[in-house]
Design a protein around this ligand. Structure first.
Ligand code: AMO
Length: 436
């Protein structure tokens, strides 16, 4: 019999159908066995009774996570036996059960809270939990709406390389890779150079890129491999223009996920983010002053949390921009207007206590860029490929990068960014633990 998806069962009352899915729970009630069977469209209750002795015999062996096909008749449940969820109004009375895959006894009940390392050790299993499904459904929605917003704003998507000849950030630690002819290559720390080059052909370009960071940071904010959504745009006057595009993206994403995933926000005990008409913008020194702190070249994680609390309370915003970081604290390609020195045209976007995006206006003048490289002790010869973009003329431009895992984690107020990476890599793990 052809497969019917669980979501179709409310339209199939009285009919005989075949469903396929995974057993979430088996409950024994006297002579009856109840199964909760999940497929991609939802979970439905199956009743197995002695009226179908063959099915009952199979059902006695079934356990959580077994994969089955079940034929039976769809019945409406009465008002006082209705279950939870959108399919709680119907059940399938089993006539025959076929086992497609058995599962060994689980190391713990799925959905119960386990230590985060135990969760990561068992990802092929734990990713099946409702919590993980929610996180990665949310992530997919964020990415989809982020892309749609950039396309609407006339950006063209391109694919950036993951294998590169050097480190684009001139400072971030890179992973080395053995390349041909004894050449060392690196895993990209950022698609930075490539998105700037793509301003040449497209004026407005974006990419969803893997970034690899070898910093020895064992925190709840750092992954060794992350996904970033990077855009770059030409013909700007200053950093306010990419900030404005980013603000529109954030508004589009928030609007989409608020509409699509109200139930998820509730399950995670949070609410859709607040985003006012204009996201508040503070210079670094204004932010520190607001927090009652002395002048400093950067913000500590506790300052990021503090200023986000302020923005929420005083400005009704879960987002806040911080601008005017000292030029020397930013990447070498960051533009500094002489009138604004020693502060640069870089910015960060903080969201619910964490930096999720970083960007700037860039140096677009060839000679000025070479001068800045030399100032930083970087050899322009090593950047000759990238420098061609400037040698042959690039308009004033700027852009930024959002960390997808950080954005997802803060969207659902998940405390550890690693939980928002389906297969997290960090100092102690590539799928399995590197060492104990
Ligand atoms: P930056 O290094 O700030 O800027 O990275 C941009 C964004 O990427 C995310 N991110 C990370 N997420 C998880 N783990 C990490 N180790 C990690 N490192 C970075 C953060 C961060 O805000 N080229 C510039 C961007 C630009 O100027 O356009 C850059 O790479 O969310």
């Amino acid at each position: 019999m052809e497969r019917t998806l669980n979501k179709e069962l409310p339209n199939s009352v009285g009919k005989s159908v075949s469903i396929s899915g995974r057993i979430e729970v088996r409950r024994d009630h006297g002579k009856l066995i109840f199964l909760d069977v999940r497929d991609r469209s939802g979970t439905v209750q199956v009743v197995v009774s002695p009226k179908a002795p063959g099915a009952l015999e199979v059902a006695k062996d079934l356990r959580a996570q077994w994969v089955v096909s079940i034929e039976g008749e769809v019945k409406a449940r009465t008002e006082n036996t209705k279950g939870e969820g959108p399919l709680g109004g119907v059940e399938l009375v089993a006539q025959a059960i076929q086992v497609l895959a058995k599962a060994e006894e689980l190391p713990f009940e799925l959905g119960t809270e386990v230590n985060i390392d135990t969760h990561f050790d068992h990802l092929p299993l734990t990713l099946r939990s409702e919590r993980s499904r929610d996180i990665f459904t949310m992530q997919a929605s964020i990415l989809e709406s982020y892309r749609a917003s950039l396309r609407r704003q006339e950006f063209t998507e391109f694919q950036a390389p993951a294998l590169v000849g050097g480190d684009a950030e001139g400072g971030a630690a890179a992973f080395k890779v053995e390349y041909y002819n004894d050449k060392t290559a690196f895993l990209a720390t950022s698609p930075q150079f490539y998105k700037q080059i793509m301003v040449g052909p497209f004026e407005r370009a974006f990419t969803v890129a893997k970034i690899f960071r070898a910093e020895k940071s064992a925190t709840t904010r750092h992954l060794s491999e992350a996904n970033c959504i990077d855009f770059e745009m030409g013909f700007i006057d200053d950093e306010r223009e990419p900030m404005h595009v980013l603000q529109e993206v954030m508004r589009d994403v928030v609007s989409y996920v608020s509409k699509e995933h109200a139930d998820m926000f509730a399950r995670f005990g949070t609410t859709p983010p607040l985003i006012p008409d204009e996201i508040p913008v503070l210079t670094l020194q204004e932010a520190l002053k607001t927090l009652g702190k002395k002048e400093a070249p950067d913000m500590e994680p506790e300052d990021e949390r503090g200023i986000c609390e302020w923005a929420k309370k005083e400005k009704g915003s879960d987002f806040v921009f911080i601008t005017r970081y000292p030029t020397k604290k930013r990447a070498f390609y960051t533009y500094e207007d002489p009138a604004e020195a020693p502060y640069s045209r870089g910015f960060d976007l903080l969201f619910r206590g964490l930096e999720i995006n970083s960007g700037s206006q860039r140096i677009h003048d060839y000679e000025a860029l070479i001068a800045r490289m030399k100032e930083r002790g970087l050899d322009p010869e090593k950047f000759s490929f990238y420098l061609q973009a400037f040698k042959y003329g690039l308009p004033p431009h700027g852009g930024c990068s959002t960390g997808l895992e950080r954005f997802t984690a803060r969207m659902l107020e998940v405390p550890n960014v690693k939980e928002a990476s389906a297969f997290p890599r960090d100092m102690s793990r590539i799928d399995t633990r590197i060492s104990d």
